[in-house]
Design a binder for this molecule. Sequence first.
Ligand SMILES: Cc1cc2nc3c(=O)[nH]c(=O)nc-3n(C[C@H](O)[C@H](O)[C@H](O)COP(=O)(O)OP(=O)(O)OC[C@H]3O[C@@H](n4cnc5c(N)ncnc54)[C@H](O)[C@@H]3O)c2cc1C
Length: 388
Amino acid sequence: MLKFDVIIIGGGAAGFFAALIARSSGQTVAILEKTAVLLSKVRISGGGRCNVTHACFDPAKLVKNYPRGEKELLGPFHRFGPKDTIEWFESRGAFLKVEEDGRIFPTTDSSETIIQVLLAEAKELGVEIFLRQRIERIEKGFVIHANDRFEAKKMILATGSSKDGFAWAEQFGHTIQKPVPSLFTFNVPNSPLAELSGVCFEKVKLSVGSFSQTGPLLITHFGFSGPASLKLSAWAARYLYEQNYNVDLQIDWMPGCDTYTVLVELKNRLPNRTLLLENPFYFPKNFWKVFLAKFNDKRLNDFSLKELEEISKKIHKDIYVVNGKTTNKEEFVTCGGVTLKEVNFKTMESKICPGLYFAGEILDIDGITGGFNFQNAWTTGFIAGGLQ
Ligand SMILES: Cc1cc2nc3c(=O)[nH]c(=O)nc-3n(C[C@H](O)[C@H](O)[C@H](O)COP(=O)(O)OP(=O)(O)OC[C@H]3O[C@@H](n4cnc5c(N)ncnc54)[C@H](O)[C@@H]3O)c2cc1C
């Protein structure tokens, strides 16, 4: 029997960070990892660059980026937030930079920098790591039957979105919010815009059901991508799953603009010019051409007010039929997991099973894209690993 003060199941970002914190407070610590590699998601994250966290330093604002976990993360972010993450990594030699949109990456643009710092720290502190562990069962107390038999009074489940972790949480009395994907892009088969793949918009408003998000949009050959669609996929993750990813996506191409008045004024001012060439909303030219296709190319004077109203309505309520989704390779997460009200967020300990703790994506917490998901892993890992 191998005995430790703390045993952590899962060697991802959350489990690893929890292990470092626990060990630095003097406890004996072991990580049991199923695969042959640690931190595998960190390695592929952010397109291989690892978006470590986000430059949002006010916890009240930071929590607004979590469709699930907003209320629960407020206290934890006051204890360990993005500033602490930056300080932790930089004080160990992994220097970070903030990009224009607030995302934070290592200055090397390589996730390997983050991994090396974490691995070096674990080695220096003496965290014991057991790879390729096949955990057959876990007894309360805790006795873990894996390749060897392990025992610890405190066990942290940090298995991400793995079914095993959810099953153990259930075994110890927890309920699991059904796991469904979040952070994906929308497929629009036969989209009239498909030929415009690569065209970007700085600010559109996207809506499905009762959910809306505003931001940049990218037209792709299969549908829509970009920050606005990723954000919408996160906030509406469960609704979209329930609709089997078959919904009407409504696009407002000019949110907040009184386009009808602009069109009427233009008709009065430049009656002999064509609407196509005037392009009063400065849309990408090829988009405007496709958008106006059904109205033919004619002089503004030849447009009736009814037609201008129709164009205006279409600008604000353009409908595309979504059928399916595509995985966003830069970052995706699972919506769902251990029910949050069953966990004490001051310690990350289960309210149901004393000695059992949770950290990271196993919880029903997920953020939008931009470094928020790792920040959840660092923060909940920090608290779960701490001395209580
Ligand atoms: C392609 C991609 C890119 C991403 N990029 C970013 C990014 O740039 N920024 C960001 O903030 N977020 C990003 N994310 C999300 C982020 O990676 C996750 O939110 C984060 O890794 C969650 O950490 P975790 O430790 O909770 O879970 P994981 O990283 O999933 O780690 C769980 C660990 O548990 C192990 N495990 C599972 N089952 C068992 C078992 N039975 N026994 C033992 N061990 C087990 C797994 O092998 C794994 O090592 C990305 C995700 C993906 C998929």
